[in-house]
Design a protein around this ligand. Structure first.
Ligand code: NAD
Length: 340
């Protein structure tokens, strides 16, 4: 089997590429290395699997390259993206190009060259917007839903907000439509917060890893809002397992909300406490205004995935954060350079 992993030098992509190569797949990574530090992941992949092919290219500009690569593949995993909400607000056109045009390029490459090839698309919970209709209660350390006690499922109406929400949401709908109209073998996951090793977290995206890196490199963090905002956290290995199950079970054309769920939800303040306890470091933090599009609470209702895929998260927040800390410690010198 041969697989193309776009964004394969990034966090989720490098973990997916590793998993596929470990199973004996021929793997091609396609990435433009625009995310700072991703050379670390590419180098690690090459060390683990010398046969992996790494192609430098831009998903929105290199259609011919994509066309040729897709033609020889059985499966495509699409993770290349502009992944940050604040960056999308500063640079909406670049965000549009990578997230919408890039995804459309990939869909067209598959449709024209190899329509039998399956496609996994990583969408986001941001397609549901701020959930401003949901009633929320404020407790000492966290917000919670009043009515949505099991979390957000796939029936929640779409409400694109911020350029990132618009671009990822449009691509999500294109991927869905290409499955319906052209019969492409596409699966879509709307992801909550994914975290784990090889995540080069930043203030603007990948906050769990950013907080761990900041703690260990003794850097201050900024919190936008009061820190009581709640997210559900999903450890990377659990995500990879869900992706594999959805493709094996051929749920083409389907959309799944995937995240850690209510049992793996925590506020920023609660996650900071866990990190401080496990690293023995105090994180210096200051508070700023809320950021546009920031949901006060979001956690996934993954009932559909549980029922159809027989999947649920296995790694709890404490265990997952410990593994992430282990990776940051093992790569501290390199990270110190790129975060200096
Ligand atoms: N990590 C999360 O919590 C999360 C949550 C929701 C959705 N997602 C989605 O999952 C996917 C992967 O996210 P991630 O956390 O691994 O992000 P990441 O930034 O670590 O990985 C994205 C990769 O894409 C590459 N890239 C960016 N623009 C490109 C372009 N124009 N052409 C080719 N490569 C390009 C980057 O260099 C990077 O290696 C993204 O589509 C993201 O929107 C992630």
């Amino acid at each position: 089997m041969k697989a193309l992993v776009t964004g394969g030098a990034g966090f989720i992509g490098s973990n997916m590429a590793h998993r596929l190569a470990s199973k004996g797949y021929e793997v091609i990574v396609f990435d433009n290395f625009s995310r700072r530090g991703t050379e670390l992941n590419a180098k690690w992949l090459k060390e683990q699997h010398p046969g992996i092919v790494i192609v430098r290219g831009d998903i929105s500009r290199d259609f011919e390259k994509l066309y040729d690569l897709v033609r020889e593949c059985d499966e495509v995993y699409h993770f290349a993206a502009q992944t940050s909400v604040p960056v999308s607000i500063k640079e909406p056109l670049a965000d549009f190009e990578t997230n919408i045009l890039g995804t459309l390029n990939l869909l067209e490459a598959i449709r024209r060259s190899n329509s039998d090839c399956s496609l996994f698309y990583s969408s986001t919970n941001k397609v549901y917007g701020e959930l401003s209709g949901a009633k929320i209660v404020e407790a000492q350390h966290r917000y919670d839903f009043v009515d949505l006690k099991k979390g957000v499922d796939e029936t929640m109406p779409l409400d694109f907000q911020t350029p990132y929400g618009c671009s990822k949401g449009s691509a999500d709908q294109y991927v869905k439509e290409y499955a319906k109209l052209y019969g492409l073998k596409n699966v879509i996951f709307r992801l909550s917060c994914i975290y784990g090793p090889r995540q080069l977290g930043l203030e603007a995206q990948g906050w769990v890893a950013w907080f761990v890196i900041a703690a260990l490199l003794e850097k201050p963090i900024r919190i936008f809002g009061n820190g009581k905002q709640v997210r559900d956290l999903l450890y990377i290995d659990d995500l990879i397992e869900a992706i594999e199950l959805a493709l094996q079970k051929k749920y083409f054309g389907e959309i799944f909300n995937i995240g850690g769920g209510k049992n793996n939800s925590a506020s920023l303040l609660e996650v900071i406490n866990i990190i401080e306890e496990k690293t023995g470091k105090r994180i210096s933090k200051s508070f700023y205004d809320w950021r546009a599009g920031d949901q006060k609470v979001y956690y996934t209702n993954y009932y559909k995935a549980e029922k159809l895929l027989g999947w649920k998260p296995k790694v709890g927040i404490e265990e997952g954060i410990e593994k992430l800390i282990g990776w940051v410690k093992a790569n501290k010198d390199y990270l110190a350079k790129i975060y200096s």
